[in-house]
Design a protein around this ligand. Structure first.
Ligand code: 1PR
Length: 536
């Protein structure tokens, strides 16, 4: 495209906008970065992906003179697309650590979702757009699922009604997009909303492009349950980075060779799962606890390449902790996470280090603010921080035997035990710790986790279904989303976990890698079972 087709991007440096850059480039446009307020006024088209907290974003754009330039650009009715916080900042004020004043372009306030009635906050996932105003940007997108991740939302009112172009329902109706003349903004992430999102983005970038295709099935109406493909990644004995898959976390072949199982190449598989309709893709660097992840350049390269092809959220985990390398240089867990974000991750996942942080917190009752979990969620927001739990079932005869929360199990233990607790482990299941999955989940929620990835070592790779007892216990205990993981072997296992527990998403690895069950078959089964999912 010509240089005139370049898009101006306002990235004020508070977080990760790599996904937005990738989407713009994927659509064939060049990016001009804003360096001064004058660059805003000189833009042909301006994209403003807000990241971070409302107050700190306003501080930065006020102190650099960008806030005034933005108001003037908008007053001139120049083409503008705000994304996520870039929508919220247009309003009068936000209650996030405030009230804090916004740009004041649109009357109204931004408020936190109310979790007191059990609503899961943050609002993470694919929710349905209800279009209330005919706009070129959202043409054809009515009833489509798009990807949201936020804890605060702009409230509709009589004073801002003329601005609203779509709403969305989550506990209450909130503003999912606004449109007035050339000024557009969306609360969801078009850069992470698959084909529907890319089509919306494209219509802003080249207004003559055609609209989103009609939804394949019936119109969506609420938050969809997510289906996530997980890639456990590590180097094999030849030093190649491969997607592997364990049986109860043992990834070596049971034949005499004892080689690390090789199920494919990480970027190829991730791209395929995106095309097949995965709602998210997770990479777990499963030997990250041993090695220093920033020394693992191939893994960072995998993320970079995957994020150029995968337009749904990408999570990466493994080895996020403080580290001192051989030369004595110290790296904070925040630096490790930042490198993952810069390389294309939308969320990071912490395993072992979150267990140590939770143990310390439960012992002292004090939040030091220094754990990797607390630091990363403070800087990037809790919606960007997943805690991965790797528990193992321990049967007991009676709940009094242990100080941890037990469940009455659906199938009795080997000696007829009727109860079990779920003991957390670290270092990929190698070391057991004195803390249960229930206690860990509640503690990490308080420390700032935005989501829980709940594995179960006993079920991993077994194909016998998810551990419903465990998933029900944990998903009833917290108000952040829980991703059910380990054990999926058939489509029925997915409907079972959504019918019997409060899980927000279900993750599988082996059945997808071995091509036993396509992602589409899982989704079609869920639709038939009455579970709302995103269809392509
Ligand atoms: O402790 O912060 O370095 O994080 C390490 C991460 O690596 C954790 O998220 C941990 O779960 C993961 N991990 C470590 N070792 C293994 C292993 O398999 N040896 N993989 C491992 C965990 C479990 C799931 C798996 C599901 C679904 N893999 O992610 O994909 O069980 O499998 P299935 O559908 O085939 O049953 P840190």
């Amino acid at each position: 495209r010509s240089v005139a087709a370049a898009v101006t991007l306002l990235d004020y440096g508070a977080g990760n906008v790599r996904s937005v850059r990738n989407a713009i480039r994927h659509l064939g446009f060049n990016i001009r970065d804003v360096r001064s307020p004058e660059d805003i006024l000189a833009a042909d088209r301006l994209v403003f992906p807000g990241v971070g907290a409302f107050g700190s974003a306003m501080d930065v754009i006020n102190s650099t003179g960008m806030a005034d330039a933005l108001r003037e650009y908008i007053r001139r009715d120049r083409p503008f697309l705000g994304i996520c916080l870039g929508l919220q900042l247009l309003f009068d004020s936000s209650e996030e650590n405030g009230p804090v004043s916004g740009l004041g372009v649109i009357p109204g306030v931004v408020r936190r979702f109310d979790s007191s009635e059990g609503l899961i906050v943050p609002h993470i996932g694919w929710n349905a757009l209800q279009i209330t105003k005919d706009t070129q940007l959202l043409q054809g997108a009515d009833g489509h699922h798009v990807y949201f991740v936020h804890s605060y939302h702009a409230l509709p009112s009589d004073a801002n009604r003329d601005w609203i172009s779509s709403t969305c329902n989550y506990g209450e109706s909130f503003i999912s997009s606004i449109s007035m003349g050339n000024i557009q903004a969306v609360q969801f992430h078009p850069e992470k909303s698959g084909a529907t999102g890319l089509s919306i983005f494209e219509k802003f970038l080249s207004p003559n492009s055609s609209g989103a295709k009609a939804p394949a099935h019936r119109k969506a109406s609420k938050l969809a349950k997510r289906v996530i493909a997980c890639l456990d990644v590590r180097s094999n004995d030849n030093g190649d980075l491969v997607v592997t898959k364990g049986d109860q976390y043992d990834v070596r072949d049971h034949s005499s060779s004892k080689e690390v199982r090789n199920l494919g190449k990480p970027v190829e598989l991730a791209s395929q799962y995106y095309i097949d309709g995965a709602d998210e893709v997770s990479f777990l660097n499963i030997t990250g606890f041993r090695a220093f992840p920033l020394g693992d350049l191939p893994m960072l390269e995998v993320l970079r390449c995957a994020s150029e092809k995968v337009f749904v959220p990408l999570t990466v985990g493994g080895g996020i902790r403080d580290f001192t390398d051989e030369s004595g240089r110290y790296y904070s867990s925040l630096e490790v996470a930042s490198e993952y974000f810069r390389s294309g991750a939308d969320k990071i996942s912490i395993g072992s280090d979150a267990v140590f942080a939770a143990e310390a917190y439960l012992q002292t009752g004090v939040k030091t603010g220094k754990s990797s979990l607390e630091q990363i969620s403070r800087v990037y927001g809790n919606q960007a921080v997943v805690v991965s739990i790797d528990p193992r079932r321990v049967y007991v005869k009676s709940p009094d035997e242990v100080q941890f929360k037990t469940v009455k199990v659906s199938s009795k233990g080997p000696s007829g035990e009727e109860y079990a607790w779920y003991q957390c482990t670290v270092s990929g299941g190698r070391d057991s710790r004195p803390i249960g999955a229930y206690e860990l989940a509640k503690a990490v929620e308080e420390l700032g986790a935005g989501e829980i990835l709940l594995n179960c070592i006993d079920c991993d790779g077994q194909g016998g279904g998810f551990d419903i007892d465990l998933i029900k216990m944990v998903s009833d205990a917290v108000t952040i989303p829980v991703i059910a993981s380990s054990g999926a072997g058939a489509v029925e296992h997915f409907s079972e976990v959504f019918e019997k527990t409060n899980a927000s998403a279900a993750l599988a690895a082996g059945i997808f890698h071995r091509k036993e069950v396509p992602i589409l078959a899982v989704k079609e089964h869920l639709v038939d079972a009455g579970v709302e999912v995103r269809m392509l």
